[in-house]
Design a protein around this ligand. Structure first.
Ligand SMILES: [Zn+2]
Length: 245
């Protein structure tokens, strides 16, 4: 076995962090890179970018789908929030624009995509349930992305239906959430049922929750392939790939 020491900071970082009005982002995004060629101003975390380019490569839909907005700095989110309040009013803003510090866009793990056309709305781009957009949505979980805000989950997420907004959480989490019909809030809550002794076993991985305590650490098999992500609330999720014999 090997010991993996964790820091308190690990609680607030990783692909599975929940960022919402109740759970603001603590650390600024890192490892940002252009989302796609010819969109050098639209930045994503490097893992999300790799997944996106893999997905778009398989779709092979040319420029039918374009990145509209991905990473936003805190200052940019403030500006966007103010502009939206002035131009579209408080009701619309409350439904579609997260408070500064509480936007997934500040993590670098979220991207708004739009159907390419002459009039792309920056806040609510068109992403219809037909053609390449539909195909993108269907393939997204295989590449680590989830459709983050759906009408049926509005009471849980606090955000209205946003068919254009995708969040990178990584595989196999995206696939399990799709299979179980869970949004991120529900999934993180459900994972609390699984400990290292009784993990969730899916897609060749063991997944379990570790509650935060000062000086926390993990005991994992020697040379284990694993990832650790905080939930941005009170613990971390460990994903352990089963060794291939
Ligand atoms: Zn968005």
């Amino acid at each position: 076995m090997m010991t993996v020491m964790l820091q308190k900071a690990d609680l607030f970082q990783g692909d599975l962090i929940l960022v919402s009005a109740a759970h603001p982002l603590l650390y600024p995004a890192t490892e940002l890179t252009p989302a796609a060629e010819q969109f050098s101003e639209v930045l994503l975390h490097v893992r999300a970018q790799h997944a996106l380019s893999g997905l778009l490569g398989v779709l092979n839909c040319g420029s039918a789908i374009v990145p509209v907005s991905a990473y936003r700095s805190h200052a940019e989110q403030i500006q966007l929030y103010r502009d939206c309040l002035l131009e579209r009013g408080p009701l619309y803003t409350g439904q579609f624009v997260a408070l500064p510090g509480c936007s997934e866009h500040q993590t670098g793990l979220a991207i708004d995509l739009g159907e390419n056309g002459p009039k792309l709305d920056y806040i609510a781009p068109s992403f219809p349930d037909i053609g390449p957009c539909r195909n993108f949505r269907q393939l997204a979980p295989q590449f680590g992305f989830i459709r983050r805000y759906e009408a049926s989950k509005e009471a849980l997420t606090g955000i209205a239906d946003e068919p254009w907004h995708f969040r990178y959480v990584g595989c196999p989490h995206s696939e399990i959430m799709e299979q179980e019909g869970m949004c991120l809030e529900e999934y993180l809550q459900w994972l609390r049922n699984f400990s290292q002794d009784r993990p969730l076993c899916r897609n060749g991985t063991q997944i379990f929750f570790v509650p935060y305590r000062p000086g926390w650490s993990l005991q994992l098999p020697e040379d284990a392939e694993y990832t650790v992500s905080g939930n941005n609330i009170d613990g971390c999720i460990v994903t352990l790939w089963e060794a291939v014999p």
